[in-house]
Write a protein that binds this ligand. Structure first.
Ligand SMILES: [Zn+2]
Length: 307
């Protein structure tokens, strides 16, 4: 079913897997209207919220996971999510503050500290009966058994659910046909110092899913489709192009992530500026790994130049 969101991507998908256990894959946004859409879709199957036996969340982005607490207020169902979601769900205000502080540091390293970033307020996630998933787990849902693949990149909590028997795959935002999903910069995991390199992770995750005999893809946004390999090849080609675009801009001299982002995406404003910074930083991580660029730090600020 499609659920409307207030975000630029328009709508988000949630899926009901019929059979046993009746499973909801993703939940839409944290609003009563989201749960309403799920209720309506269930009604068409002559089911109600009370019939849902479990929820699986493909990743911790609010348009996918936002409805969990709302649904659990009405029905006592277990929820399955990747173990990297633990800090979001159990870390409390301290983790929230640590993450906020990390983003401040990231913005100043990008030299975008003057750019307004929406002040977020802490909102406790009141989830119940949480089961954490790891790569390789197998989950029964609907009429099938799904292999859980950890496919970080778009977020640190992305999973893909793959049914070997039919080739069906629920991929969240890992493989969208019509939009190239951002690889978001996220703070380091608890007990780690360095932040993850999301684009590099995303590419290894895609190399992994590329090899799977996936038949039909059920994405987080847009219609189900066939042809996951074409999508993956397209994403790899886009990433090459973006690296070359960054090289072209860097031919003018060394730059900050913010300057590069302004040069590549001059129209970004407000909240969307972070998307530009993430995109550029992710590609710079890859270009550093390939030895195309070098970085140096002056005070808290990072500068990038061609090698
Ligand atoms: Zn997402």
């Amino acid at each position: 079913m499609e659920i409307a969101t207030p975000y630029p991507e328009g709508s988000v998908n949630a899926y009901i897997l019929l059979g046993h256990p009746i499973t909801l894959v993703d939940t839409g946004i944290r609003r009563p209207s989201g749960v309403m859409s799920i209720r309506c879709a269930l009604q068409e199957e002559e089911l109600s919220l009370q019939d849902i036996e479990q929820i699986i969340v493909t990743h911790m982005h609010v348009d996918h996971s936002g409805g969990v607490a709302e649904i659990q207020r009405e029905v006592d169902v277990p929820v399955f999510v990747h173990e990297r979601a633990r800090p979001f769900l159990e870390g409390g205000i301290e983790t929230f503050q640590r993450m906020e502080a990390y983003f401040q540091t990231f913005f100043s390293a990008c030299q975008a500290s003057g750019v307004s970033r929406r002040k977020r307020t802490y909102q406790e996630e009141r989830w119940k009966r949480i089961h954490y998933l790891s790569d390789g787990d197998v989950l029964s849902a609907g009429e099938a058994a799904y292999q859980v693949l950890y496919v970080p990149g778009h977020s640190q909590t992305d999973i893909c659910l793959f049914d070997k028997r039919t080739g069906d795959a629920f991929v969240g935002d890992h493989l969208l046909r019509d939009i190239s999903a951002n690889a978001f910069i996220e703070p380091p995991a608890p007990n780690e110092v360095a932040r993850p390199k999301p684009l590099i992770q995303y590419r290894s995750s895609m190399e992994r899913t590329e090899k799977l005999p996936i038949q039909r893809v059920y994405p987080g946004h847009g219609e189900p489709y066939v042809g996951h390999m074409d999508v993956i090849h397209k994403r790899f080609a886009e990433q090459e192009k973006r690296c070359h675009d960054i090289v072209k801009v860097l031919e003018q001299g060394e730059m900050s992530v913010f300057q590069l982002s302004q040069a590549l995406f001059p129209k970004l404003e407000g909240e969307a500026i972070f998307l530009g910074l993430s995109e550029v930083q992710g590609h710079l991580d890859l270009m550093l790994e390939r030895n195309w660029v070098e970085e140096h730090q002056v005070d808290e600020k990072m500068w990038y130049a061609l090698k």
